[in-house]
Design a protein around this ligand. Structure first.
Ligand code: SME
Length: 163
């Protein structure tokens, strides 16, 4: 197994996501270990899109705890309702933050991070964690990212919890 997630630089963002989803599905096929699947998913996301930081926080004992990620070191624990991640968890919805300095309570793991998107990982009524992606550019994420990353999280949750 050695699929390359590197994509043609001529493709637009929506096309890249369209190409990425079946590649990711093939990568996850047959594996149900949580850490293994999350680790390869953020590695694939980073390879395909060159994200500044891409990773997961997992709900443990009513806190978010740092999970598999790609990028520089990050804070270990985030309380419910705190920062972008804790707010996406509490509100059970994707948050697109065009300028992190304008988000009250944003937790700066890296001073280089300028914008962010956080997608909650929901199974039934339970939030299992969040997918967090940071950019070092302002306004890096939009509806295309929201839609595609929600599909990616849905695929992950089906792979891990509904088979
Ligand atoms: N900025 C996040 C914290 C996690 S790091 O970006 C990796 C937040 O405000 O929740």
């Amino acid at each position: 197994m050695e699929p390359s997630f590197i994509q043609s630089p001529t493709l637009g963002k929506a096309e890249r996501y369209r190409a990425f989803l079946p590649q990711l599905a093939a990568l996850l096929e047959g594996e149900t270990d949580l850490i293994a699947c999350l680790a390869n998913t953020c590695a694939a996301l980073r390879e395909a899109f060159g994200f500044f930081w891409a990773g997961f926080y997992l709900v443990k004992n009513d806190e978010l705890v740092l999970g598999p990620f790609q990028g520089s070191v990050a804070c270990y624990r985030i309380k419910k309702g705190r920062g972008v991640c804790g707010t996406a968890w509490a509100e059970r919805r994707t948050l697109v933050v065009p300028d992190v300095d304008q988000f009250p309570g944003h937790i700066a793991c890296s001073s280089l991070s300028r914008s962010e998107i956080v997608v909650p990982m929901i199974v039934g009524n339970e939030v299992k964690g969040v997918l967090d992606i940071d950019s070092d550019c302002l306004n890096a994420f939009d509806e295309t990212d929201r839609e595609a990353l929600e599909k990616i999280v849905t695929l992950l949750m089906q792979t891990l919890y509904q088979k």
